[in-house]
Design a protein around this ligand. Sequence first.
Ligand SMILES: [Fe+2]
Ligand SMILES: [Fe+2]
Length: 196
Amino acid sequence: MRECHYMKSGCSVHELVEVLISAIEAKDNYTKGHSERVAEMTSDICSHLILSKSEVDEIHVAAHLHDLGKIYVEDAVLKKAGKLTEDEWEQIKMHPQVGENILSKVSGFGDIIKMVRHHHERWDGRGYPDGISGENIPLGARIITVADAIDAMLSERPYRPPMTLENCLIELEAGKNKQFDPMIADIAMRILAERV
Ligand SMILES: [Fe+2]
Ligand SMILES: [Fe+2]
């Protein structure tokens, strides 16, 4: 890769990521602002955990980037209202690894890349791409999973209206030890309960 001398030590990786992802999402009303809201929620959750500032910042940036790989999923598949075919579902399931591949060219992004790869793993090991479980899943990825699910539930989709906050809380409780790390789900539920 050609060396680029236009570098500023004060350059904010966070701001750059934020503007690029919001530009990508702006073309679709249903995803507009999704990564921004997920990033905000991950930081809210992190504020209830004992983490260093740099760990919180990395999780926040990873949350902005978590669905980057979806830029290679066809719009017709992403926006499909009906049931997905097996091939379409396989295409969607590739997005964590596609995001990982895109970001692998960025040096110093190792932990962020792992969080992007693993944001669809499940606490019970039934997620993808690797089917890892429990604390084998990076903490940041477990936090993004919960924040991502909350935003998906509370957002309108082409095929359904947004879920109520009360029902979202019920889903989070039901997903503990299955999709979600129970500790992270509990923290998120406390944060959401304050909004009811
Ligand atoms: Fe942000
Ligand atoms: Fe995703």
